[in-house]
Design a protein around this ligand. Structure first.
Ligand SMILES: Nc1nc2c(c(=O)[nH]1)N[C@H]1C(S)=C(S)[C@@H](COP(=O)(O)O)O[C@H]1N2
Ligand SMILES: [Mo]
Length: 245
């Protein structure tokens, strides 16, 4: 095609309608039909179709790479969920609390964190979780749908410290994580032992210097390095160490 187009003047070709479209001359490779049927489309038409199609694809996908407000026009590319607004929680949101049916009372003052291992169990209020040693981690959310955020400054309690609270001091096992969310595939996850042991793996309570927003998982969410976004469970209410659910 390139050779054929280069053998012509583009200007002339763009002025040639279907009636005056000539077939390609036969070539020695046999790729051109020796007895072509009458043309059904001009070269101008073919170029226009490919050109307009490419331009349309550019418009509905480029927003993903350019980012900012243009993300919303990226109809055929991951456009990263609803507008996250600005401030400490102003980074992409996959599902909002409203989207998955989180109710105010699920994440209000009655919220509790249950930490279990075998027969041991402790139940903590948010204030009690905040009173445990708080650690920071700079980590992104990387969604398998094809977007990721910059690193965010998370802070919260190390998963390994929570394991120690129920007696698992050295080499804690993996953990089953459950959300207050009632339905849906993303309401729970299982993290492996090496993820629990990483010092950057947190049950995060705050991000970028403020409490988590409800859409980012308030009162508490998982944040673990190199963990697909979908396993960084939001609105966590129960951690069961040594369980695979
Ligand atoms: N409970 C719960 N946790 C969840 C989800 C969910 O639907 N429910 N979505 C997951 C997905 S797919 C991603 S990419 C991240 C997005 O986190 P963010 O919305 O704070 O950016 O949360 C994860 N945690
Ligand atoms: Mo995701």
């Amino acid at each position: 095609m390139v050779r054929a187009l280069r053998s012509r003047r583009l200007r002339t070709e763009l002025r040639t309608p279907l009636e005056r479209t000539e077939p390609e001359p036969a070539d020695e490779t046999g790729l051109v039909s020796p007895r072509p049927a009458p043309p059904t489309m001009s070269r101008r038409g073919a170029l226009g179709m490919v050109g307009l199609g490419s331009a349309a694809l550019l418009v509905v996908t480029a927003g993903q790479s350019i980012g900012g407000p243009l993300r919303r026009v990226a109809l055929l590319a991951p456009h990263g969920g609803p507008d996250p607004g600005s401030g400490p929680g102003g980074f992409q949101i996959n599902k909002t609390a409203g989207d998955v049916g989180i109710r105010a009372r699920d994440i209000g003052p009655q919220w509790r964190l249950t930490v279990r291992a075998g027969t041991r169990q402790i139940v903590l209020t948010r204030a009690q979780v905040l009173a445990l040693p708080q650690h920071g981690a700079w980590l992104p959310i990387a969604c398998v749908e094809g977007w990721s955020t910059d690193d965010q400054a998370w802070s919260g309690v190390r998963l390994a410290d929570l394991a120690a609270l129920v007696g698992l001091h050295d080499s804690p096992p993996g953990v089953a994580v459950e959300s207050v969310q009632r339905g849906g595939a993303f309401r729970s996850t299982v993290l492996r032992d090496n993820q629990v042991r990483d010092s950057r793996s947190l049950l995060a309570l705050r991000v970028n210097g403020a409490d988590l927003t409800p859409d980012h998982g308030y009162p508490a969410r998982i944040i673990v390095p190199a963990n697909p976004g979908v396993h960084n469970t939001k609105w966590v209410t129960r951690l069961t160490f040594g369980s695979t659910l």
